[in-house]
Design a protein around this ligand. Structure first.
Ligand SMILES: O=c1ccn([C@@H]2O[C@H](COP(=O)(O)O)[C@@H](O)[C@H]2O)c(=O)[nH]1
Length: 237
């Protein structure tokens, strides 16, 4: 059975916990995501520890955001870790995105549009007044024009972004919460089934899996729900 298009966010306080979560979920999911907490604490060595012997894809979520030359250097610096996906902030602009793409030809550069933790009220406070979907679509079009092969947006915008950028761009959605789960610090959320039906290619899910008493069973349960959605033809795009 093919692993489900889920990236489990290993936001763990220590390496042992991250490696344990990784070994429990990798039979069920295509990807594991290493973010700032683990990478800043343990550095590049963390990747080998969580990758183990599995063929799981590594999603390095460093959200690079700096001048183009600095981001190009940072992207080259992580190249030897062979991440399948590396994030940059779309707000860094087209030259920065383009430099990252050129620096890492074998990695999918994913541009983060508007963080899923931000609400419309938050956007107004940071000078981006208007529905989040408007800013997400603007940033998505710019990032793809600059060469980004993937985009990060919330599941609430994924259908509109697909309409904007077409079928060839990988759409990645954090802000995924199974029915009945709390949204915690996420502001723009939807269920895994809804994100998948609306066209997400990779669902980022952290605490609903890693906070469960049995992360392996939680990942398997969400993977099974996605398979049922696919079999029922629920995907609209
Ligand atoms: O807009 C974004 C971009 C990245 N993330 C990351 O995804 C996970 C979500 O974890 P949950 O526990 O499922 O909330 C986390 O690692 C974030 O850094 C995001 O949430 N939103």
């Amino acid at each position: 059975m093919r692993p489900a298009p889920i990236a489990v966010a290993l936001d763990a306080p220590d390496l042992e916990t991250a490696a344990r979560w990784a070994s429990l979920v990798t039979p069920h999911v295509s990807t594991i995501k290493v973010g700032l907490e683990l990478y800043l604490r343990y550095g590049p060595e963390v990747i080998a520890s969580v990758r183990g012997a599995s063929g799981v894809d590594i999603f390095l979520d460093l959200k690079l955001h700096d001048i183009p030359n600095t981001v190009a250097g940072a992207a080259r610096a992580v190249g030897r870790l062979r991440p399948a996906i590396l994030t940059v902030h779309a707000a860094g602009g087209p030259a920065m995105i383009s430099e990252a793409v050129q620096a890492l030809p074998d990695t999918r550069i994913a541009a983060v549009t508007v963080l899923t933790s931000l609400s419309e009220a938050d956007l107004e406070r940071i000078g981006l007044a208007g529905p989040p979907g408007d800013a997400v679509r603007r940033l998505a079009a710019m990032a793809v024009g600059a060469g980004a092969q993937a985009l990060v947006c919330s599941p609430q915008e994924v259908a509109a972004v697909r309409g904007e950028v077409g079928p060839d761009i990988t759409l990645i959605t954090p802000g995924v919460r199974p029915a009945g789960s709390g949204s915690q610090d996420q502001a723009r959320v939807a269920t895994p089934e809804q994100a998948f039906a609306d066209g997400a290619d990779l669902l980022v899910i952290g605490r609903p899996i890693t906070g469960s008493a049995d992360p392996g069973a939680a990942a398997a349960g969400i993977a099974a729900a996605l398979r049922r959605s696919a079999a029922a033809g629920d995907r609209r795009v």
